[in-house]
Design a binder for this molecule. Structure first.
Ligand SMILES: *Cc1c(COP(=O)(O)O)cnc(C)c1O
Length: 425
């Protein structure tokens, strides 16, 4: 087996930056990425023979841990029957019913192949439904990499210093109004300045691609009311939070009902899947019923549906949310306690199985706040953890994830390592 360094040298010759998604490249924390040859439960096994406890969880999907036997079995069974038919298949129907059961605001749903497709299509649908062009998004929120949405975006775009990507025509960018999160007055002003022109407000209800930021009391409700009053649709991008913070996502937790929801990550059980859905009246505008075009050669793919159905059914059987939150609180307490003891200013936002750490003294309530975090300290913290076998997201602007497989030894080991690393920062 080639080492990570050997593989990366080969990759750099034929793949831009050696990676197929930028944040994997370790650019913001320094060093070069490790290659993984297998993963199981909470653990990654690298090409160099190291075992790492994984808090990236393939950037969210692996809520049951890696390579769960139940999901593997579902894929294997589906594989017996073929990999793609280009016709409707029974799995798609079960998937649509399951999603509606878990996220009731999704009366109808269309499957696609990534979170990017889901948000892009939801925005097109909102524009088609309202016959308006402008959308409102919040700085630091990442909604995938389509043109309308890659403006003041989080995730890898921010990590690599390009929150506004090159290659997006100014004319497109003008249709996207960008506001600070947690600022209801800014929203009211934007609706006023763009009266009758806003098709939709799209939001990560818990922004999790700039580190983790939680909404202040009433903010999401204010979005709902303001959209209604101004004839705009409210789109929740729950690609990250869907099935993660609760069975029904943030909308279940906060009781705010969006018109449309974008889903992804967990819904594919580790295979490439996205979905968007919402009120039937709006969804019925999509082709073949209506004039809003959206399609996909591999959409509703039987292997991906089988994996996703198994992942969702498993959630319903295990009801893991209270246990995951207990693990999350354990990590938060360890991190916050160690920083406090050492006198390092830090914020450790956590909800359920999601957490992040900002090395800053001021509470982080928006994108500007996230940028006050000390990225150099984060890089030292990241490498200290990695050297001791704990893999965190390789960026100060990403959220870490916990799976059910972390219960027990993995979480205890992680807390111990993080405490030691912080002590030595
Ligand atoms: C990951 C993510 C996306 C993009 O999904 P991809 O499958 O990477 O295209 C969109 N929105 C949010 C909130 C995400 O976390």
């Amino acid at each position: 087996m080639e080492s990570s360094d050997e593989l990366f040298a080969r990759a750099l010759r034929r793949i831009p930056g050696g990676v197929n998604s930028p944040v994997r490249a370790f650019r913001s924390v320094g060093g070069s990425p490790f290659f993984v040859k297998s993963a199981k439960g909470a653990t990654l096994l690298t090409a160099d023979g190291r075992e790492l406890i994984d808090f990236v969880c393939t950037w969210g999907p692996a809520i049951h841990g890696h390579n769960h036997p139940r999901i593997r079995k579902a894929i294997a069974e589906a594989l017996e029957h073929g990999t793609s038919f280009g016709t409707p298949n029974p799995y798609e129907v079960r998937m649509a019913e399951l999603i509606h059961e878990m996220v009731p605001s999704v009366e109808k749903v269309r499957m696609c192949n990534s979170g990017t497709e889901a948000t892009m299509s939801a925005v097109r649908l909102a524009r088609g439904f309202t016959k308006r062009d402008k959308i409102i998004k919040f700085s630091g929120c990442y909604h995938g990499h389509s043109d309308s949405l890659l403006i003041k975006a989080g995730s890898g775009a921010l990590t690599h210093g390009h929150p506004d990507s090159a290659g997006i025509p100014a004319a497109f960018a003008r249709e996207t109004v960008v506001l600070p999160f947690n600022d209801p007055a800014a929203l009211d002003a934007a609706f006023k300045a763009n009266a009758g022109m806003v098709a939709a407000v799209i939001v990560e209800p818990y922004p999790a691609n700039v580190g983790l930021i939680l909404p202040e009391a009433g903010f999401l409700g204010h979005l709902r009311d303001a959209c209604k009053a101004n004839g705009a649709l409210l789109i929740f991008d729950e690609v990250m939070t869907g099935f993660r913070v609760a069975r029904g996502g943030v909308q279940e937790v906060c009781g705010v009902v969006p018109d449309l929801t974008a889903l992804g990550k967990i819904i594919g059980g580790g295979l490439p899947v996205g979905a968007f859905g919402g009120r039937a009246e709006i969804m019925d505008l999509i082709a073949p019923l209506g004039p809003v075009y959206q399609a996909g050669t591999l959409s509703g793919n039987p292997l991906a549906m089988a994996a996703g159905i198994a992942a969702l059914e498993l959630l319903d059987e295990c009801r893991p949310y209270a246990a995951l939150d207990a693990l999350g609180r354990k990590i938060r307490n360890a991190l916050a306690g160690a920083c406090n003891a050492k006198g390092i200013p830090a914020q450790v936002p956590q909800t359920g199985s999601m957490f992040s750490i900002f090395f800053t003294g001021t509470p982080v309530r928006d994108y500007a706040g996230a940028l006050t975090g000390d990225a150099k300290v984060f890089a030292r913290f990241f490498h200290g953890c990695l050297d001791a076998g704990i893999y965190l997201p390789p960026s100060a602007y990403e959220t870490a994830f916990i799976s059910t497989a972390h219960e027990g030894a993995a979480i205890d080991r992680a807390c111990e390592v993080m405490e030691t690393v912080i002590k030595e920062l």
